[in-house]
Write a new protein. Sequence first.
Length: 407
Amino acid sequence: MKLKRVVVLTGTSGLDLDRAVKYIGSRLGVPTAKYEDYVEEYMRAPIYHVAELLLADYRTTAERFKKAFEHLLDDLRDEEEALITAHIVYYRRLNTIVSPFLAFLAELSTNGLKVALVDYIDDYYHVLYRLARRAAERVTPDIASFQPLDPVGLLSWRGVNLSLIHMLSVTTMDTVVFASKHSAESHARLVAMLLGKKAENGKRYESVYVSHPITKVRARAEREGVGLSRYPDAIEIEEFKERLEKSCPNLVVYSPTTIDELIIDSEGKLITKITRDLRWPHRENNIHEYAYPIDLADEIFDRNLYPVKSTIRNEGYLYFLKTQIEASIERRDLSYVSQADYVVAYRPTLYGEQHMGVETEIKTAIAMAKPVFSVIPEEERKIPYTLFRFEYPLRSVEDLLRVLKCE
C-alpha cells in the first residue's frame, strides 16, 4: 500500500466536518474521503440506520463496515497521504456505540501507517442547532419522539469520544482535541503538522496553548453592563492570540475560549438563550458561520431533538447540565495543555489578581516538564511569592515573539 500518512477528523454529529475537510483539503492539496459515505454505499442504507444495526448484531454489521473500509483504502491506493472524516462513536437509541472503524484503523497503525486522530468539538448549543435544522429540513429523520438527543446526551457522547481519544494517545496513533471556532488558518496548520509538513517559513510546526483569565473578565463585563463579546479586555486577549498566530507561521495556537459553554446569570444559573454578547468573542475568519441568538427552549428543538419541558425548562435538569459542562471544561483544557509543546500564560495577574484556572494550567504544564512563558505587563507584576514559580516571565508581547524567534 502506497498510503503513508492519514489524518482522521472525528467527533459527534452536528459539527459539519465536511466544510472543514473541504477547506483543509483544498488548502493543503490533500485527497479527502468520508468513511460513512462508503458504509452507506456498501450497505444501501443511511448511516443513522446502519449504526443502529450495530446494536442488533455488532459482529455481522462490523464485517460489512470492514468491506466499506477496504473500498475506501482501494480508492486511496495511489495516494501517499489522505484526510478522512469518520465517527469513532455513534449515538443511537440513547446508546453510545464505538465504531468498528477504530479497530480497522488500529490494525493499519500497527502495520506502519502513520495515523493521527483529531477530535473536533464545538459549543453544544451550536451543535444542537445544526442538528435541529437538519432534522427540520428532513435531511435527517425525526428523532425527538423515540431517541431524543438533548444537551446532556450530546455532552455524554462527546465525553465517550474524548475517552477513546485519550486511550488511543498511548498507542502508535497521534491524537489531538480541537475546537471548530479556531481560525481557518489553525485548522490547516494543525493538519499540516500532523501530516509532517513544514510551515511556510520552512520551520517545523509546533503547538502552543494560550492560558489566560476568563472568569473574572466575564464577571467584570457583567458588572459594567458591557457585552462580553464587546468587552475591551476580552477583545485585547483575542487580539494577542491572533497576533501570535500571524507572527509565527509555524505555530498551531490552541485557545480555551474556542469553546464557551458555561454561560450563567448573576445567580449562577445556566443561561439557555445564548446571544453573541454573552459569549466570549470569537473571530469571523473561521470555517463556519454562527447563528445568534440560540434559544435552547425554542420550538425547533422541542419538535426535532428533545422535549423542552422535561429538559431545558426543568431546573433540576439545568443544574445537572451545568455540572456536566464544568466537568468538561477541566478535562478539555488540561487536554490542550497535555497536547501542546509549550504554554503561554497571557496576563496571568490581570487586575492585579491571581486566576485559579491559569494557575492550575501553569502548574500542570510545569509538572509535565513543558516550557511556560508568561507575558506580564509591568503594572500587573504583583506575584505575591516567587518560590516554585518555574515559568519564564516576559514583560511584553514583543519579548515573547523574540524568545519564540517569530519576529
